[in-house]
Design a protein around this ligand. Structure first.
Ligand code: GDD
Ligand code: MN
Length: 360
């Protein structure tokens, strides 16, 4: 006997919301055979302990505790793939989504929609819970872009509140990028055919406990997701991010070089200072952005920085060596320089991914 519905709840530092969530689901889902799976990324506040305590009392409550990883989308994917139910729903773990809409969403999919999406932007919906005018504006712009890209008229493509058949999720799972916040958008873009989507209005509630994890870096990841789709997945997202950070590093290098020279420091020393400053800036940016999901902290960050400097120094050495050799061969300075830089960035990317950030 399997469940009709698995409710997947991604959570990070939501301990105070766990028990209210289970109680709310229990109220909302009477008459439906349901289970809930909390996917927690080893929250320091002990979210998974709170889930386990409930799980020992109620077999419908499950916990997936992921260690050494972060990310809303990937948490949702793993939770959904742990289900054997007929349907899978995804809802935030902070009580901002309205769980009382779930039966209606289930019904919409049972009578034929591919997916039901909780929408703040259709009649009867409301996004009063969005904290600032800036968030509202960003949210609206994101929606425009997403609509254009998906060729759908779905009104709330950024929603994190939706329900679909489990087998459909499984079909799409292999094509998801799994990056960032926008799992719904990721699913819609992954589908080779256009999905029929039922939009169910709901009121986005203000947060009661804990705090939001959405920030500017998450928006950068969103831009990355769109870029990945535009490139049709031919170039890994991480590489694009790494290369952009690298380009920014060149800028830092030049600026620091100029500044140091204007202070009367000789070219060799000034360039060395510029290079080291650029590498440190690149490490920090990559740690925050490119490898956000496995961000190094504390002593591991220092160790990572030293390794990163070593890796990039070797990369620079190879870069210069190749550029020199090519220049000697054909005398084309620009081409030789570009080829050297390309080899350098690929080396830095590949080696630092495995040695510094240990991407699994
Ligand atoms: N496992 C896991 N790992 N869960 C996470 C992570 C993570 O790295 N980051 C966030 N979460 C969980 C939070 O604990 C919460 O339950 C849910 O994901 C949403 O995170 P919030 O930080 O509360 O996001 P929000 O309220 O700002 O964003 C809402 O609006 C977005 C659109 O504007 C959410 O509904 C998003 O799903 C939605 O995309
Ligand atoms: Mn929230």
């Amino acid at each position: 006997m399997s469940y009709t519905l698995t409710v997947v709840v991604p959570c990070y530092n939501e301990r105070a919301n766990v028990a209210p969530m289970v109680a709310a689901l229990n109220n909302a889902l009477t008459g439906i055979d349901w289970e809930v799976v909390f996917v927690d990324d080893d929250s320091p506040d002990g979210t998974s302990t709170a889930v386990r305590a409930l799980a020992r009392e109620d077999v419908r409550v499950r916990c997936i505790r992921r260690v050494g990883r972060r990310g809303l989308s990937s948490a949702v994917i793993e939770g959904a793939l742990s289900s054997s139910a007929d349907y899978v729903a995804v809802i935030d773990g902070d009580m901002q989504h309205d769980e009382t809409r779930l039966p209606l969403m289930l019904q919409a999919v049972q009578i034929g929609a591919d997916m039901a999406v909780g929408s703040r932007h259709v009649e009867g919906g409301d996004s009063a819970g969005l904290s600032s005018p800036l968030r509202v504006k960003l949210s609206e712009t994101g929606i425009r872009v997403a609509q254009a890209l998906t060729h759908t008229s779905i009104n709330d493509p950024m929603s994190g509140f939706f329900l679909l058949r489990r087998d459909l999720f499984e079909q799409l799972a292999g094509r998801l990028t799994g990056q960032g916040f926008k799992i719904l958008l990721d699913l819609i873009l992954a589908s080779p055919r256009r999905l029929t989507i039922a939009e169910i209005p709901y009121k986005f509630r203000p947060r009661q406990a804990g705090e939001s994890k959405l920030d500017v870096l998450v928006l950068a990841q969103f831009a990355g997701l769109l870029m990945d789709k535009a490139l049709r997945g031919t170039v890994p997202l991480r590489f694009i991010s790494f290369a952009l950070v690298g380009a920014f590093g060149v800028l830092v290098n030049i600026l620091v070089l100029q500044a140091a020279r204007s202070l009367g420091i000789g070219f060799g020393t000034a360039q060395t200072i510029g290079t080291v400053v650029a590498m440190i800036a690149n490490f920090e940016l990559n740690n925050q952005l490119t490898y956000r999901a496995q961000k190094l902290k504390g002593p591991r960050a220092w160790r990572g920085l030293v390794l990163f400097l070593a890796v990039c120094s070797l990369g620079a050495y190879a870069n210069i060596g190749i550029a020199k050799a090519l220049y000697a061969e054909n005398g084309h300075g620009l081409l030789a320089g570009a080829a050297g830089a390309a080899v350098g960035v690929v080396w830095n990317y590949a080696v630092s991914a495995t040695l510094v950030w240990r991407v699994r």
